[in-house]
Design a protein around this ligand. Structure first.
Ligand SMILES: Nc1nc2c(ncn2[C@@H]2O[C@H](COP(=O)(O)OP(=O)(O)OP(=O)(O)O)[C@@H](O)[C@H]2O)c(=O)[nH]1
Length: 875
């Protein structure tokens, strides 16, 4: 390398010479002459010095701001000629008017930096330049040294090889002396210290070279491995992307391939983890044609559910309904026909689902029992008017005192009893006779084979006697008439025969088919004959039942027992009901936990025509519900759920209708008053009957609405409900519990307790009578005939009249009638007797009448005087 001076170095690097000299002095190098040689060692020392001081700042520089920035803003206006025709306008001298003025804002920013800072920066820059130059020079010197060493090593290796070759040749020429020469050479080599050092250097260099080579080879290997893995991963991702694309392509979507490609690219970007997650990702494909769905349409379905089945938004369905002219909300139930229409309109395929499908599937042959028929005992219902002796008669028959235990002496709910008579077993359904139980009695007739119609011989045929005849006829059930109370002195059995014959219940002795048995439930006279007659009647009927089939029957009554849960009285009609059977009844189901007979004793089985109390149902079935034994619990639960859903839908539909009706009627008549009722009772039948009877009291002015009904004691929630709906709270044979009583007291909710249905009816009737609007009636109080008409200058036209009927009063309104047709309606202006004004004129008296605002009264007209009276009404 050529020798260089300090000056040369300064010129090379562009650093001012004086600054370089300062740096050298600071580095502790004595350099007075810039033309002196700039040795390598000096360069290394200077580099170390610069490295150690590089970036350091004077502490003084830290104080105060190192620079100040000044900003200046100036505004001016620029007037520009309007584009296109500016010159033309200017020629006309209208430039000012047409030119455009632009506001110009000029912003200037100037930064002043401290001198010391500038100097320091310059020094810093020079130091950096020097550092770079020195570094370069020092590196170059090192490189040169290394190359020189390498060249030397190479030269020595060649020399050694040549020497070896020469010696080999010499040895070949003088084999005897070869060894000695070689030894000599070796000893010579070992003996020379310079040669030894040289050899060591060469070995070191070679070792270094080898180490560097192996290091490079190892690095390359690692790099290659990485590259290979990267390529493998990439190939895998591409394969996956291609597979996806192929799958989509096979579905015939041209677009899909593109998307899969995009997905693949995305996956590549995300890496392996991303690729795995993208495989799970779902992609939406817009269908190219409208999707036609098969939609199951049951008998009733809510709008929301129908929309769901068609996979459309409920709002869209409601819109479609509006187009069809049907207004509905999402929770509203619609009928099958409407639903089918809507499904078709929306381009789908409706499939009508019959509700019975599931019933049939679950119940199988249970609907129609198949098997060998055997004789069964008759089911007898006693019907008749109130107090004609039904309970007394049944009491006598089964020798149990039922009547004495009943509130008000009236049977309150249907009970079923099996009694042994000489004519065989008879099952009695103890139906009550009061009108409130009409609905239950109708149900009773459906399971009944024979009706005993009790008619008191002293009272004859009464309204409920007639009703009982109608029910029996409607059900096609034969009647046996018990002409009761024949022990009474005023008993008149023939009257009963006559009255019933008039209603087409003809006695046998009169050629009809009805047996009339005179009896006394009190004394027992004729009761045996009555039972014989019933037995005879049922023999004629040849009653049969299938015993060897899954049991089925009818719920006669149900109630909630505090200890035993839901309790249902069931009349078995076919098959044999056993403890452990899985039964379904209406919307309830359950495994028969226990069977009890009419005396409350446990029995294991109950055959046809046997009334039995069943424990184990999930809830209270309705009186009249069918009971069926099913195979397994799952099926029973399924069917019960289905029925519950169905009844809920129906209820929803009914509720909606009721609300609509209410709306319409309120629109028509704003004066309709509503009495809400919350009714709780001891047994389902009573609640049902009471609810129906009370609802029947509704008329066009007062509507009675049972907002809630139920079995059991009145609880807090009943009181709350009554409060919320401003309802009357009625307890029939039940009382409010302590909490409910307290709540009722606090909120002044009245509790009405009853144990006799007609008491409840009477009280409510009188209560709602008070709610009726009083009626206004017109009463004619007098009539006068016009005999003469004359005019007075003071009073105008005056009619000379004779009061022919009642009294004519001056303050009362009048009507003028001509040939019995009203020609004017108004008031009297004056009423006079001779010259005196009077307040009233009695019948048979003449008077002068002036009619206000009417001057056309003629001879022969009648003037009718009337008054308006307000009459309180009752139901
Ligand atoms: N003298 C006489 N009185 C009878 C006879 N049968 C019933 N009574 C009386 O008539 C009244 C009414 O009898 P119930 O058996 O309660 O009449 P019911 O038809 O069951 O009445 P409800 O349960 O209200 O439908 C009672 O006081 C009986 O004692 C009878 O044969 N002779």
């Amino acid at each position: 390398m050529a020798q260089s001076t300090v000056r040369d170095f300064a010129e090379q690097t562009g650093v001012p010479l004086d600054r370089l000299m300062i740096q050298l002095r600071e580095a502790g190098l004595s350099c007075e002459d810039p033309d002196a040689e700039f040795a390598e060692s000096d360069k290394s020392a200077l580099l170390d010095h610069i490295r150690s001081t590089h970036g350091r700042k004077d502490e003084a520089d830290e104080e105060g701001p190192s620079q100040i920035t000044l900003k200046r803003r100036s505004h001016s206006q620029l007037r520009m000629p309007s584009a296109g025709g500016g010159e033309r306008r200017s020629a006309r001298g209208s430039r000012a008017a047409t030119g455009r003025t632009v506001n110009v804002e000029v912003r200037k920013k100037r930064t002043y930096v401290k001198r010391s800072v500038v100097e320091a920066e310059a020094a810093e820059q020079d130091a950096q330049v020097l550092e770079r130059a020195l570094q370069r020079d020092v590196k170059a010197a090192e490189e040169a040294r290394r190359q020189a060493a390498e060249a030397e090593a190479q030269r020595q290796r060649q020399e050694a090889e040549e020497a070896a070759a020469r010696e080999a040749e010499a040895a070949a020429a003088e084999p005897s002396g070869a060894e000695s020469v070689a030894e000599e050479a070796a000893s010579e080599g070992a003996a020379t210290p310079e040669a030894e050092a040289e050899a060591q250097t060469v070995a070191d260099i070679e070792a270094e070279q080898q180490k560097a080579d192996s290091e490079a080879a190892r690095k390359k290997e690692i790099e290659d491995e990485k590259e290979r893995k990267r390529l493998e991963a990439e190939a895998k991702r591409e394969r996956e992307a291609e597979e996806r694309a192929a799958r989509k392509a096979s579905r015939g979507k041209g677009k899909a391939r593109k998307k899969a490609g995009a997905g693949g690219r995305q996956a590549r970007r995300r890496g392996a983890a991303g690729a795995a997650s993208s495989a799970l990702q779902q992609e939406f494909e817009k269908p190219t044609a409208p999707v036609v769905r098969d939609v199951q349409v049951p008998e009733t379905i809510t709008v929301g559910e129908l929309a769901q089945r068609m996979s459309v938004k409920a709002a869209d369905l409601i819109k479609e309904m509006m187009k069809q002219g049907v207004m509905a909300t999402i929770n509203q139930a619609i009928d099958q026909d409407t639903a089918v229409l809507l499904v078709e309109e929306m381009g789908h395929r409706p499939h009508i689902v019959r509700e019975d499908d599931l019933e049939e599937a679950v119940l199988g042959q249970a609907a129609e029992p198949i098997g060998e028929e055997v004789a069964r005992s008759p089911v007898v219902t006693i019907m008749g008017h109130v107090d004609h002796g039904k309970t007394t008669l049944l009491d006598f028959i089964r020798r149990a005192k039922v009547a004495s235990g009943e509130a008000g002496g009236i049977t309150q709910h249907i009970g079923a009893y099996r009694v042994n008579t000489e004519g065989g077993d008879l099952t009695f359904l103890d139906t009550p006779g009061h009108e409130a139980f009409t609905a239950m009695r109708a149900r009773g007739a459906q399971v009944t084979d024979v009706v005993i119609l009790v008619v008191a011989a002293d009272d004859g045929v009464m309204p409920q006697t007639e009703e009982a005849v109608k029910h029996a006829r409607a059900a096609g059930v034969p009647i046996v008439v018990a002409v009761n109370k024949i022990d009474r002195e005023d008993a008149d059995p023939d009257r009963v025969k006559n009255e019933l014959a008039a209603r087409e219940v003809i006695p046998e002795e009169w050629g009809g088919d009805t047996q009339f048995i005179p009896c006394s439930a009190l004394t027992g006279q004729g009761v045996e004959a009555l039972l014989e007659a019933v037995a005879l009647q049922s023999e004629l009927l040849e009653l049969k039942a299938v015993r060897d089939c899954p049991a089925s029957g009818i719920v006669v009554e149900s109630s909630l027992d505090r200890g035993r849960g839901p309790v249902a009285t069931i009349l078995v009609q076919n098959g044999v009901l056993q403890q452990g059977d899985m039964i379904i009844s209406g919307t309830e189901y359950g495994r028969v936990r226990a069977l009890l007979d009419e005396r409350g004793e446990r029995v294991k089985t109950a055959g046809p025509s046997t009334p039995v109390v069943v424990l184990g149902l999930s809830g209270l079935p309705e009186a009249g519900d069918e009971v069926l034994v099913v195979e397994d619990e799952r099926k029973a639960r399924e069917l019960a759920d289905h029925r519950r859903e169905k009844s809920r839908d129906k209820r929803l539909q009914a509720q909606k209708a009721a609300r609509m009706d209410e709306l319409f009627s309120q629109m028509q008549d704003q004066e309709v008053k509503t009495v809400n009722l919350v009714i709780k009772g001891d047994v389902q039948g009573s609640v049902e009957a009471l609810t129906q009877s009370l609802t029947n009291l509704s008329n066009e002015e007062v509507r009675i609405t049972p907002v809630a009904t139920g079995v059991g004691a009145i609880n807090e929630s009943d009181v709350n409900l009554a409060l919320a709906s401003e309802a009357l709270l009625i307890g029939f044979n039940v009382r409010a519990d302590a909490k409910a009583r307290r709540l009722a007291q606090e909120n002044e909710v009245e509790l009405h307790y009853y144990s006799i249905i007609y008491d409840a009816i009477d009280q409510l009737r009188s209560a709602i009578s008070g709610m009726l609007e009083p009626e206004t009636q017109e009463q004619i109080i007098g009539t006068a005939e016009v005999r003469d008409v004359f005019r007075s200058s003071q009073l105008g036209q005056i009619a000379g009249c004779l009061v022919v009927d009642g009294v004519v009063r001056r303050r009362n309104p009048i009507r003028v009638l001509r040939d019995n047709v009203v020609v004017f309606e108004g008031d009297l202006e004056s009423l006079r007797r001779f010259k005196d004004d009077v307040n009233e004129v009695q019948s048979g008296t003449e008077c002068g009448i002036g009619v206000r605002n009417y001057n056309d009264v003629r001879v022969g007209d009648q003037i009718e005087c009337y008054e308006r009276v307000t009459i309180e009404r009752s139901l």
